[in-house]
Design a protein around this ligand. Structure first.
Ligand code: ASP
Length: 347
């Protein structure tokens, strides 16, 4: 039986998929990039062929934007930013244009980036007027003495560095507005938005709270980098901040272990320190990245109700794209394997 066919059968028989089609395909890669565009209830039956094509094309464009930089000998940090910019600028994903709405009907964006060479990191949280939050996170890392800036302060920092502030409406899309209306209707109907916000948010269907974007890259110099950018969760309020800008939760990179970008229900990823936990298992227990990711995503998070996924890359160019949801927009390309994009559990 052809290997591909066998893998397909194995994949179809798993409820929780650890992306066997894409994992560990580049053991001797000199450089590599992997991206995600959010995890959740993504099913073929619920998607039109046009939409699926649009998602696949945009994922491929993002991978190639990063890959081109790596191929020319560019830095993994540059590749991560380039790939994320493509997804931030696309209305298809919950980051930048297309970000979800807060309860009040605005957009508050979070992003972070980490350099595997030295554990330098930068993050922004709750910014409303930054077109590409991942770029600002990088500026925080490279051009400030801080790691995380938030809200109006982060925007003043941006202005002081010559970054133009944009109108929050730039991020509007009809689809996300409809999601907010539905979410509010449900929250208001159950009258729980204030009394028991956690239960109310957790009772929202999964698509209302997912769609983050992220990238991990390994450059020819052997350096890892990771970045994540998001609009957070639909109908979030009170200045809620998720895992995406939290180093160790949504983003982590260290050349001694791995690079991780996460997507999913942020509160769980923060409490379980997901990205750092995966890399700690690699560094201190000698686990492979796919075992470490599987242990944390399926072994730790799933039993407590934490849904989502991660993309993980190590210095040898091994890639793990692991999730405990029905699907995750994802893809990769390495110096010895072609561009590969997947959406559903079985590709
Ligand atoms: N992790 C993000 C958050 O909780 C959401 C997502 O990944 O879609 O803000």
């Amino acid at each position: 039986m052809a290997l591909k066919q066998l893998r397909k059968i194995l994949t179809a028989s798993l409820i929780v998929v650890s992306s066997p089609l894409l994992a560990n395909q580049a053991d001797d890669a000199k450089f590599a990039i992997a991206i995600h565009g959010g995890a959740g209830t993504i099913e073929k039956s619920r998607m039109t062929p046009e939409k699926e094509r649009a998602y696949r094309a945009k994922l491929e464009e993002a991978i190639n934007a990063g890959y081109t930089i790596l191929e020319k000998g560019g830095a993994s940090l540059d590749a991560v930013v380039a790939a994320i910019n493509v997804l931030e600028d696309s209305p298809l994903f919950n980051a930048g244009k297309g970000a979800v709405y807060t309860y009040e009907g605005a957009h508050e964006l979070d992003a972070s980036i980490m350099d595997g060479r030295n554990r330098q990191a930068g993050a922004v949280a709750g910014v409303k007027r930054i077109a590409n939050p991942i770029n600002l996170a990088r500026m925080v890392m490279e051009d400030s003495p801080f790691v995380m800036l938030s809200g109006a302060g982060a925007e003043s920092f941006a202005e002081s560095r010559g970054v133009p502030l944009v109108d929050n409406k730039l991020f509007d899309t009809d689809e996300r507005r409809q999601q907010l209306d539905k979410a509010k209707e449900k929250l208001d109907r159950e009258n729980r938005q204030d009394k028991d916000y956690r239960a109310a948010v957790e009772s929202l269907p999964v698509p209302f709270r997912m769609g983050t974007v992220g990238a991990v890259a390994l450059d020819k110099a052997g350096n890892l980098a990771a970045g994540t950018s998001t609009g957070g969760m639909t109908a979030k309020r009170y200045g809620r901040i998720g895992d995406a800008p939290v180093i160790g939760a949504g983003t982590f990179a260290d050349n001694r272990s791995c690079a991780v970008s996460a997507t999913g229900h942020g509160e769980y990823f923060i409490r379980y320190n997901v990205a750092a936990d995966i890399c700690a298992r690699v560094q201190y227990q000698g686990k492979s990245i796919s075992d470490a990711a599987d242990e944390v995503i399926n072994g730790v998070l799933l039993p407590v109700g934490g849904t989502g996924g991660v993309i993980v890359l190590d210095v040898n160019g091994n890639i793990a794209l692991t999730f405990n949801t029905k699907g995750m927009y994802r893809g990769s390309r390495t110096s010895n394997s072609p561009v590969n994009v997947a959406i559903f559990g079985d590709n």
